[in-house]
Design a protein around this ligand. Structure first.
Ligand code: S3P
Length: 166
């Protein structure tokens, strides 16, 4: 696929700023922005916590996979994934086939601060365990961007530079 049309996928753990950074990046590059959680939620007519409650996590993962497959023949998008979308190795492999994928990282201390106590993410209460389990999977993503102590605009600019010199 020609470089200029490739989708940019921003992934990484919960609360690493994927959606905020993705929106800024999309505006800078004048591309449409898609948030996979928002689309899955809209299609279901339910919030993400409601999908987890009513259908369970496995069902949510199927919806994520379906959406990832759907993205494969799309172009020019900036996509922010839910934090678990590219954790299954088959999903990551698929994403890397036709998209440019970047993983955002944050320290556990930053994640804790950002998730806070009021968070309504279904996995928020067990985020530490999930974080530990997933590190090896996130580390397989070739492009990593550290978000600790950085503003979303700075992170978007960093990604834009990496993208432009790819
Ligand atoms: C999840 C992260 C959430 C959302 C769902 C599951 C995960 O998205 O997709 O609650 O498994 O890490 P964010 O990463 O945007 O919080």
């Amino acid at each position: 696929m020609p470089r200029k049309s490739t989708n940019i996928i921003i992934t990484g753990f919960m609360a690493t700023g994927k959606s905020t950074v993705g929106q800024i990046l999309a505006a800078r590059l004048q591309r449409p922005f898609i948030d996979t959680d928002a689309v899955i939620s809209r299609k279901a007519g339910l919030s993400i916590p409601e999908i987890f409650e009513q259908y369970g996590e496995e069902d949510f993962r199927k919806r994520e996979k379906e959406f990832l497959v759907y993205l494969q023949d799309k172009v020019h998008l900036v996509v922010a994934t839910g934090g678990g979308m590219l954790v299954p190795p088959a999903n990551l492999q698929l994403a890397l086939e036709t998209n440019w994928v970047v993983c955002l990282n944050a320290s556990p201390e930053e994640i804790e601060q950002r998730i806070g106590k009021e968070d309504n993410r279904p996995l928020a209460s067990e985020w530490e365990k999930v974080w530990e389990e997933r590190q090896e999977f996130y580390q397989k993503i070739p492009i990593q961007v550290d978000t600790n102590n950085k503003e979303p605009l700075t992170i978007a600019e960093e990604i834009e530079k990496l993208w432009k010199k790819k």
